[in-house]
Design a protein around this ligand. Sequence first.
Ligand code: KG4
Ligand code: ZN
Length: 335
Amino acid sequence: MKVLGIETSCDETGVAIYDSEHGLLADTLYSQVKMHAEYGGVVPELASRDHVRKLLPLIRETLAQADLQGSDLDAVAYTAGPGLVGALMVGASTGRSLAMAWDIPAIGVHHMEGHLLAPMLEDEPPAFPFVALLVSGGHTQLVKVTGIGAYELLGESLDDAAGEAFDKAAKMLGMDYPGGPLIAKLAEQGDRSRFRFPRPMTDRPGLDFSFSGLKTFTLNTITAHRVDGVVDAQTQADIAAAFEEAVVETLAIKCRRALQATGLKQLIIAGGVSANQRLRERLAEVVKKERSALFYARPRFCTDNGAMIAFAGCQRLLAGQESDLVIEAKPRWPM
Ligand code: KG4
Ligand code: ZN
């Protein structure tokens, strides 16, 4: 089964074709990041317009990459939510309309299910069941996964998502959006032991998270080290390192707890923050202690992309699901 996947939930236009027999056939991505960086964050109206501009050319390019025509496809999968409603509508209406023209089924996919299954696109994929840590700009969740569509929420952030916390801390340090990768880069030059930031909610049982306090702690630390209105470069790097260390350590503590609580031996991490090198290193230590295995996607498939939507849609269709003629766009949608 050959499935065209379309992702337009936020600031990346992603298109891919996944074949249940031969794997990924083509994958294209257009990032709007530079345009939004000027405004310090994603501007919804500009995001929708740019998806409109880029989506059809990208679909054409993807078909050409795979040497296929629309009539060779078996289904279309598009991100139906959660995300920016205008941006979602572009992918949903385009995907649904193409499926109608090609007389094939369409299916609306949950964006976080896409992220969750992305590590399965790699050469040595995890097998069900596993514990998944979903860490993106909008979500931080621990999920027990026993099969396609069989997701049990173990814990989640009660306020900011981990990626959101990275982006806000980066903004305080005067960096561009999205700040996660920039903080990670700056942290490499930092002394990880100069400041100790709190590890929120780790001193009590449970698998929920809270990252908004870290924001305040970061701001207070920056304010306390301003000399004539500026923080010197080394102190900035030390703050970035302390911040990253606190987020990573908090996630690591909860992942270890989730493995212990479920008795499962596989941990997968997915979503933009799963590209973080320090998080990968720290979790490699955790799984070693727990005699478990760690899985993640290549960096390109950690952040938003069409491949994860094509793959998740294909799995859903193989399980016998499809959407009817409605165009699904759900800005809020629990997985
Ligand atoms: O999954 P994603 O592309 O979009 C959402 O669904 O939200 O995640 C984007 C988030 C942003 O907050 C970005 O700063 C963060 O992932 N991110 C990172 C890294 N790469 C992306 N955070 C920390 N370290 C990274 N290397
Ligand atoms: Zn995402």
